[in-house]
Ligand binder design. Structure first.
Ligand SMILES: Cc1cc2nc3c(=O)[nH]c(=O)nc-3n(C[C@H](O)[C@H](O)[C@H](O)COP(=O)(O)O)c2cc1C
Length: 221
């Protein structure tokens, strides 16, 4: 077994009243987050993108394998090639691959196969999951990969919101074209595509109601 070092936990216990206030203000802030589908092409500094990605990469993961890669793309030509490939898949999805029920569920969002936000957003973050690592050509298994990468994306979306930017969680399906376009190693599988930037001026978002506490929370005292 390898030597394992331990360090003191960096933790400061807060007053209960402070914790209550913090939990309320964080909830209120996060509750303002919305998915945005129309972006301005205003510049976003690379430093912010790097910081939000490193926040994502601080997430917990099964056996601390951090089974993810984040590709941040600002290159205009590459974004356009991603858009073209995404629209090709999305056209097939909207015209035959999605069930009637799925199409009906999507109606409130007025989405279709056209994805201008992939060109417009200054950054596209593509997240890849790694079902296994390749160490000197050998496969090393990763654990709870979907859970781990999902949590990291939660951190990412929170960090993007906290930085004052907006994003869309996008799943052009199937997404394997991203592995080819971005020339990823064979142990990386596309997970999500997230345009990041500023919203276009005066846009509207769907009127959504979030489930109330009694619908999502059961307390067992
Ligand atoms: C895993 C996942 C996949 C999604 N895929 C798409 C997508 O491909 N296209 C899209 O327009 N929205 C997509 N969304 C965004 C959802 O429609 C959106 O989160 C939901 O309607 C709630 O709206 P809100 O994010 O503004 O709260 C996706 C969200 C999640 C979590």
């Amino acid at each position: 077994m390898e030597d394992q070092s331990f360090i003191p936990l960096n933790y400061e216990r807060l007053e209960e009243s402070t914790m209550i206030n913090n939990s309320i203000s964080f909830y209120k802030e996060m509750d303002k987050r919305r998915s945005v589908r129309e972006f301005s092409d205003d510049h976003v500094p690379q430093e912010i993108i790097e910081n939000v990605i490193m926040t994502a990469s601080s997430a917990p993961s099964g056996a601390h394998k951090q089974p993810w890669s984040f590709c941040a793309i600002s290159n205009t030509e590459l974004k356009h090639r991603i858009r073209a490939a995404a629209e090709e898949e999305e056209y097939k999805s909207y015209n035959g691959r999605m069930s009637e029920e799925w199409l009906t569920d999507l109606e409130p969002f007025a989405t279709n196969h056209i994805k201008p936000f992939i060109d417009d957003a200054p950054w596209i973050i593509v997240i890849f999951k790694k079902p296994y690592d390749l160490v000197k050509g050998e496969k090393r298994k990763n654990y709870y990969v979907n859970e781990s990468v999902g949590i990291a994306v939660g951190f990412l979306l929170s960090a993007i919101h906290n930085a004052g930017l907006v994003a869309l969680t996008h799943t052009p399906s199937p997404m394997n074209f991203l592995e080819e376009l971005l020339k990823r190693p064979k142990n990386e599988k596309s997970f999500l595509l997230i345009p990041v930037g500023y919203p276009a001026k005066k846009i509207e978002v769907p009127l959504l109601k979030r489930k109330t506490k009694d619908k999502v929370l059961e307390i067992y005292n």
